[in-house]
Ligand binder design. Structure first.
Ligand SMILES: NCc1[nH]cc(CCC(=O)O)c1CC(=O)O
Ligand SMILES: [Mg+2]
Length: 330
């Protein structure tokens, strides 16, 4: 490959100046790679801060268009919606998940009308709606699979009918991708895409998100009987293979930076559209250091997002999406 060793070979030559660095650069990060997660809440004229996620807010529907406007201006391709359900609307069975007029569906209808060009990604799982904070139904202390899937299917079809373009099941029940695909197709929603949270780990990095949703305090026990063990890697490939067989159009690995190895393996093995979620805890960690002046904000945002691209991700769900898009435009 090379003609010999130092002093003939000097890798620093290709870093000598900006033009050469540009020419030899192997990966790119652009606004095309960004998906912005958004928290929506009931009520009016309500914009509240998420304490553990500085800069992230929960917004009521009357404020949603104004909130999303900057993303439209920056040409961010898609946003991911997460509804916050008031405690009195939560129950054991997550009934509100199947209400065709729930907050998520209303948000979808509103945004489709206001910003038809922005892709809408809908989270499908029961945790925003259950009194126990789990992603599925509980029987005898166990999150049961098949009955949960039946509810997720209704939830997904309602979301798609309301204008969600990409259904993103984050629940980790077995077989839900096939069940959702069949139900969508039966309803003629053949172009609704599915981005499955295929390899989702039982992670401590979701803490701030559960604060944002108000499901953290409600959660009984942990999610280890359905989310993956952080020790496992081969299992992620089996999970992804199954979701692809079941009809997933895109797959996701979550969390992000602590799982770059998984992203890389998935991308190399399957060569399908692969997404990463830079989750709430990663955001909180970076923001805490940024706010202390310990990390350079602009550089660490771009570097952290570039790491996903290097690992092989097509795109990243990131709470930094607006900031990143601004930096990339500058
Ligand atoms: N269906 C739950 C869900 N969907 C997205 C996140 C986490 C996102 C984040 O931490 O930013 C979670 C948390 C969980 O599994 O408890
Ligand atoms: Mg699975």
């Amino acid at each position: 490959m090379s003609i010999g060793q130092f002093p003939h070979v000097r890798p620093r030559r290709n870093r000598h100046d900006r033009f050469t660095r540009r020419l030899v650069s192997e990966n790119t990060l652009s606004t095309d790679n960004l998906i912005w997660p958004i928290f929506v809440t009931e009520g009016t004229a309500s914009v509240t801060d998420v304490a553990s996620m500085p800069g992230v807010q929960r917004v009521s529907l009357d404020r949603l268009a104004a909130h999303v406007e900057p993303a439209a201006k920056l040409d961010i391709p898609a946003i991911a919606l997460f509804p916050i359900t008031p405690t009195d609307l939560r129950d054991e069975n997550g009934t509100e998940a199947t209400n065709p007029d729930n907050l998520m569906c209303r948000a979808a209808r509103l945004l489709k009308k206001e910003f038809p060009q922005i892709g809408l990604i809908g989270d499908v799982a029961l945790d925003p709606y259950t009194s126990h904070g789990h992603d599925g139904l509980i029987e005898n202390g166990y999150v049961v699979n098949d009955p949960s899937v039946r509810i997720l299917v209704t939830q997904a079809v309602n979301q798609a009918a309301a204008g969600i373009d990409i259904i993103a099941p984050s629940d980790m029940m077995d077989g839900r991708v096939r069940a959702i695909r069949e139900a969508l197709d039966n309803d003629g929603l053949v172009n609704t895409r599915i981005m499955s949270y295929a390899a989702k780990y039982a992670s401590a990095f979701y803490g701030p998100f559960r604060d944002a949703l108000g499901s953290g305090g409600l959660l009984t026990g942990d999610k280890k009987t359905y989310q993956m063990d952080p020790a496992n890697s081969d299992e992620a490939l089996r999970e992804v293979a199954l979701d692809l067989q079941e009809g997933a159009d895109m797959v996701m690995v979550k969390p992000g930076m602590p799982y770059l190895d998984i992203i890389q393996r998935v991308r190399q093995e399957f060569a399908v559209p692969t997404f990463a979620y830079q989750v709430s805890g990663e955001y909180a960690m970076l923001m805490a250091a940024i706010q202390n002046g310990w990390l350079d904000r602009d550089r660490v945002i771009i570097e952290s997002l570039m790491s996903f691209r290097r690992a092989g991700a097509n795109g990243v769900l990131t709470y930094f999406a607006l900031e990143a898009a601004r930096l990339l435009r500058a």
